[in-house]
Design a binder for this molecule. Structure first.
Ligand SMILES: *[C@@H]1O[C@H](CO)[C@@H](O)[C@H](O)[C@H]1NC(C)=O
Ligand SMILES: *[C@@H]1O[C@H](CO)[C@@H](O)[C@H](O)[C@H]1NC(C)=O
Length: 352
């Protein structure tokens, strides 16, 4: 009896210790529910047009900002650099929106496979690398390296520098849709962490999860001005899956979500924009519905996102653009409005 009593007591003490340790760890990593990134509807309707335009495959139209998606609220935008990573089928641009007093950086979503296949693959993405310099912060290697380990990153950073040399200290707004949103998220963080940018704002549309809860916690601390817009039943923000029973192992969105959805019944339906809590995983936002729609993934604020055609990485380029371009051995290239001024800035690369 005595022995059993002791071991039971011991067990209880041990359990309490484990709970205490667990609780302390959770408290440290707990997200601040009151932290607010300001959501600006007008700005969202502008940035979604930038995120839509980066899908255009006609380089001439995009570079001169004359494409079919390059008007409306983005009129007057001035491209500094257009970056195409042919090897990995990625596309991004950096430019200056004087009306926003900002550098705008936009990343294209996936184009390579059918959108259905790409979404199916998202179910199986592992948290497989550690984010550098952030203990216990895990992210998905594929999304991470699409930004960090391709021609995209050095070109984007170079273009931001050029823009600031030309126009002084501008704000930086980073945007993208779908996988482009994941890249935008990594880019914004990179600018804050590794480049000491002062004012970086990230706004993504239909972005998948990219890291675990520890990563989300670092993210909201380092980049509080981040908004993830989700749309109704869009499936992609639900992926890779969130497993509430494995809080230490699961993917976890960073805050702050803004959920576009319809409220009301029958003839009294009207659109609503719900500003979600600071947890990143507000159960009353997109998580309150089944993520079962691809159609909801492809239109945000009435703006079409996604390519004009799927399943190809084809680009259309006019010979007149050659004077602005620099190409590397893999066929990746960057078109830059400032390349004519600094023709030898990219050593080892030839002119196209
Ligand atoms: C929202 O963004 C628009 C466009 O940048 C800006 O003109 C407006 O002042 C902003 N509103 C607020 C309340 O910050
Ligand atoms: C970066 O890409 C190269 C070549 O594609 C690959 O060998 C390397 O392992 C990658 N590094 C990381 C950290 O992903």
């Amino acid at each position: 009896m005595e022995r059993n009593g002791w071991s039971l007591g011991g067990l209880i003490i041990l359990t309490c210790l484990l709970v205490a340790v667990g609780a302390r760890e959770l408290r440290v990593k707990h997200l601040d529910l009151d932290h607010k990134a300001a959501y600006n509807h007008t700005l969202a309707t502008i940035l979604v047009q930038y995120a839509s335009a980066v899908y255009i495959s006609d380089m001439t139209e995009l570079f001169s900002w004359t494409c079919s998606r390059c008007d409306g609220l983005t009129e007057g935008f001035e491209i500094i650099e257009l970056i195409v990573d042919v090897e990995h089928c990625l596309q991004a641009y950096v430019g200056v929106a004087k009306d926003l007093n900002s550098v705008v950086i936009a990343f294209r979503g996936t184009q390579e496979h059918s959108i259905q296949n790409w979404i199916q693959d998202l179910y199986w993405k592992q948290l497989d690398i550690n984010y550098p310099g952030m203990p216990d912060a895990m992210v998905h290697h594929g999304f991470y390296s699409a930004y960090h380990n391709t021609t995209i990153r050095p070109c984007v950073l170079n273009a931001v520098k050029t823009a600031q040399e030309m126009y002084g200290d501008l704000n930086i707004m980073v945007t993208g849709h779908s996988m482009g949103g994941a890249m935008a998220a990594f880019c914004g963080l990179d600018l804050m962490v590794n480049h000491e940018a002062k004012s970086v704002q990230v706004m993504t549309f239909g972005q998948p999860r990219i890291g675990n809860a520890v990563f989300a916690s670092y993210y909201s601390e380092l980049l509080p001005n981040a908004i993830r817009v989700t749309n109704d039943h869009d499936i992609v923000p639900h992926l890779p899956p969130y497993y509430s029973c494995f809080p230490q192992k699961t993917y976890h969105h960073f805050p702050r979500e803004v959920w576009l959805h319809n409220v009301g019944l029958e003839s009294l339906i009207y659109p609503d924009e719900k500003i979600c809590d600071g947890s990143g995983e507000d159960p009353s936002c997109s998580r309150s519905v089944a993520g079962n729609s691809i159609a909801d993934h492809l239109v945000y604020y009435g703006v079409k996102l996604g390519g004009e055609t799927w399943g190809s990485c084809k680009i259309v380029m006019d010979q007149r653009l050659a004077q602005f371009g620099i190409q590397d051995l893999q066929g990746n290239f960057v078109l830059s409005t400032s390349s004519t001024l600094k023709p030898s800035s990219e050593t080892g690369k030839s002119s196209i």
